[in-house]
Ligand binder design. Sequence first.
Ligand code: UT7
Length: 337
Amino acid sequence: MTRPPFPAGRAAVIAGVGGYVPPTVVTNNDLVARLDTSDEWIRTRTGIVSRHVVTPGTATSDLAVEAGRRALKSAEDSQVDAVVLATTTPDRPCPATAPAVATRLGLSGVPAFDVAAVCTGFLYALAVGAGFLACGLADRVLVIASDAFTTIIDPADRSTAVIFADGAGAVVLRAGSADEPGALGSVVLGSDGELSDLITVPAGGSRQRSAGTPPQPGDEFFHMNGRATYRHAVERMTAASLRSLATAGWRLEDVDRFAAHQANARILGAVAERLGIGPERQLTNIEHVGNTGGASIPLLLAQSVADGSLAAGHRLLLTAFGGGLAWGAATLTWPEF
Ligand code: UT7
């Protein structure tokens, strides 16, 4: 695809949103039946009551296709120029999952690739999509975040099995101008590889394969140092939010809706409290979807539009944090579509 480089003044504008969760629901009591935990512990420590999970035969691409289809429908669109997919649970380690998703959406031939930034994946993919628009590589981009996290969770690890769940969300971005509703405002992204060991899947990559020793039992699963991750999540999402607001020239009282990665209700509460954003301005769905990794923000946006808690004209602050470490924040005014 060849287009003129860097046309001046092109902003990325949200033109559609869609979300999807697989139909199977697992309640806390279902988990209590097989793990040393309790409904009360999960509710009070995470804010989660139930979550949606994939069943055998369903993979990340299946969730992504459904969310992508819904976003395209909401944008009244069937054609885009590129597909960016954020995921931590690709269908296979190689190739990327996005080309298969694009083809199933009838978009065969467009550039399609994966972005890996764990729970911050959506914000990274959004920035990449916006870059495609800004430099003229595309006029419309489908940005999807999809994770079948339960496929990499150790079902016997109570510290992760009670939190993580499956889902997908997507937005359509179109080229527009910075002063129109829906235009991405300030995007702040960051990372810290010094702390890459806090969240890992140890096996399956070149580090383990080149070590010459077989993986240890359980190395194929997702490992998280929950307590340390918790602390960094609160600090990084708070700092990224403040930087994004400062860059956008917004004050905290300008924020009508706050949409944070749904990591854990206590983390969200702590970030919102530090920012002074009360519950009436917080969007949340963690109670019934759990932590869906990179999918959590676009899924939250789609569900909030559907239930009316997010509406045209709301000034929105997004923030996310996860493995890498990687974090981010962004501002925009929610558009009408
Ligand atoms: O998505 C982006 C990245 N992820 C996150 O941001 C998640 C960050 N971390 C967390 O959400 C929390 O740290 C967890 C939910 C994972 C754990 O909650 P916590 O309040 O930080 O618990 P903890 O790890 O400090 O453990 C407290 C106790 C421990 O027992 P002892 O050592 O005090 O006897 C754990 O063994 O709770 C125990 N525990 C559980 N007990 C019942 C841990 N998981 C469970 C469980 N049920 N599911």
